[in-house]
Design a protein around this ligand. Sequence first.
Ligand code: ZN
Length: 465
Amino acid sequence: MQKRCIMIIIISIVLLCGVFLILTEPLIHLYGRTDITLNLNDEYKELGFQAKTRLKDMHKKVKITNNINSKKVGRYQVIYQLKSYFNQKTVVRNIHVIETKKPQIILKGKIDLELCPNEKYQEEGYDVVDNYDKNLKKKVKIKRQTNQIIYQVKDSSGNEDIKFRKITLKNENGPTLALKGKDVVVLKRNEKYQEEGYQATDICEGDITSKVLTLGHVDTTKPGTYSIRYVVKNKNGKEKEQIRTVFVTNQENSNGGVIYLTFDDGPSKEITPAILDILKKEKIKATFFVTDKPEELNPLIQREDTEGHTVALHTATHNYSYVYSSKEAYFEDLKTIQDKVNRLVGYKSKIIRFPGGGSNHVSMKYSEGIMTYLTQEVKQRGFYYYDWNIDSGDATRRYTSDEIYQNVISNLMPEKENIVLMHDFAGNNPTREALERIIQFGKQNGYVFAPITETTQEIHHKIAN
Ligand code: ZN
């Protein structure tokens, strides 16, 4: 009985103590944010709080301390403490004193640099100014990337400045690659082909001749046209290419010169077949820069192709006022003839000639600067464009066939590539009459005749618009 009484008393005391502790537990609730950012020199203003136990308000019993120095950037605390009997409560408000003005990096020396990829940049120096922090210069982080050097600094308040030096890579334009000897070599059948060599240099890597790859080979037992491609790439991935064309001929009297006969503006009903007949008889291949003519002339384009000539593109309309009215018009017109040729002969010709040639003035009437644009853009689009270095004159004046013959033969160059401009437009009888004599002169004087292919050295006029 006595034991039970004692137990009840103990349990009652424990319960009473528990209730007492709950009722007297100190509680603090802060008003406003518990993380506050203050600008330098701004005064901290207390945002208030509630303090109590479950029995009464304890607001006045709270002890508040803080270590804020608003003249100094840093992290501070306001500490709220409340004691109640055996319990104590501590609550903290964080104060961050900052300033908001960005530091400034001032780069000395050149801002635009020309460097090789691995070339060390000799730092030309920099300073940092900041309204608060001293010695930020030591904290500048420098990062070198391919195309820039980045300078980055943060002040003690987290304000950041970034500056750059721009890097233009010296080897951006690729290496240089030069062939030794001639670009065009004419060999007699069974004569040995001797590689005359080449040289490649890169502004950053020096002599890289050993990195040149040569592709293609020459079989001198078989007459024909061969090309050897020379390719070299620098470490920047930029490539240069050269091509050497080797003609193997049955002719005994070779003078090292090559004649590319080219016929523009066709096909035409009378002239084109006559020219094809002469070429066939003389066993000579040539190049036809065709335009879009009526359907009935389509078989002539097919004949040009099946007889081994190059069918090339001269635009569909040949209408200066249209093709040179805009870039879009030019390419649209070129596509028309490219598609037509593709339908007729089964390949997309990439060999082109501008109406009037790359040096024409007439385009200026319709669009200033268009030739400067087009001559670059066609290359970007994978075309090869050919002007000429011998003008038969058959389109400019009413020359006789004798005059056309003279115009051509008097300008032929041994050891060189001769691209001869002629026309197979309707009624061009003087050219038809002169052709056979021109071919005979060429043969007798040791020239080789060839059609233009994508590996033929491009001959370009000086751009006049
Ligand atoms: Zn033309």
